[in-house]
Write a protein that binds this ligand. Structure first.
Ligand code: ADP
Ligand code: MG
Length: 240
């Protein structure tokens, strides 16, 4: 589904991603973990070209998206993204948040977009909030709307950047449960997270970043019980 080769990202003199190579298969759930500032968000943002890689290549379903001719907007239709801070449209109801892009970008009729939206709101447990505005929702509800909104574009890959980090503790589970369901449904997911239990239970593959380098990658069992590097051991000692 995704192949990354020798990805480098610099901000000025600061090299924040250093020669990252990896592949992500269809249906795979990949958890990206690592200390703050290690480049996790930048890596995720490179995958949908919200950040332009400095060098290296990324393929999405066999198509080299780092090719300068890539139509970024068209490419992003296939990749849903969920952010730490929800980024809902504050002046739109929940239903309008979820139906806006499919109508605007994909020319789907209002009736069809709403039919899909209600199915997705049902999936995330929020049908009763369809006509509510975001400021009347809890953080967990907002994040579930954000997930429904991303899914409304029928993406092939979902990217999550610390989707539960801004939530009060009691709301973390409702969001992780939605993400687990999505993983079970076969969605390809790349998730930056500090939720080690989620990474352990749901991820097929762990990528551990430190100082812009991909220093460990493998299955969760091995990573959590037998990390190969001192950096990963240190990190796990601190967070577990
Ligand atoms: P993480 O998500 O792991 O905390 P980030 O990818 O956000 O890390 O950041 C990695 C490094 O890149 C940090 O040193 C950060 O300051 C820097 N960085 C991120 N975005 C920008 C930007 N737009 N401009 C300049 N530096 C940035
Ligand atoms: Mg980040």
């Amino acid at each position: 589904m995704i192949k990354v080769e020798q990805l480098v990202k610099k901000f000025g003199e600061n090299t924040v991603l250093k020669q990252i190579s990896t592949t992500i298969k269809q249906g795979e759930v990949v958890a990206i973990i690592g200390p703050s500032g290690s480049g996790k968000s930048t890596f995720l943002r490179c995958l949908n070209l919200l950040e332009q890689p400095t060098s290296g290549d990324i393929w999405l379903k066999g198509k080299k998206i780092t090719d300068p001719k890539t139509n970024k907007l068209a490419m992003r239709e296939h990749i849903g993204m969920v952010f730490q801070h929800f980024n809902l449209f504050p002046h739109m109801t929940v239903l309008d948040n979820v139906t806006y892009a499919p109508q605007k970008v994909k020319n789907i009729s209002k009736a069809d977009a709403e039919e899909t939206a209600y199915k997705l709101l049902d999936k995330v447990g929020l049908t009763d909030k369809a006509n509510t505005y975001p400021n009347k929702l809890s953080g967990g509800q907002k994040q579930r709307v954000a997930i429904a909104r991303a899914l409304a574009m029928n993406p092939e890959v979902m990217l999550f950047d610390e989707p539960t980090s801004a939530l009060d503790p009691e709301m973390v589970k409702e969001v992780l449960d939605v993400m687990k369901d999505l993983a079970d449904s076969g969605m390809t997911m790349v998730v930056v997270t500090h939720e080690m239990n989620f990474a352990k239970e749901v991820a097929d593959q762990i990528l551990f970043l430190d100082d812009g380098k991909l220093i460990e990658k493998g299955d969760p069992e091995t990573f959590f019980t037998n990390p190969q590097t001192d950096r990963a051991k240190d990190f796990l000692d601190k967070v577990l």
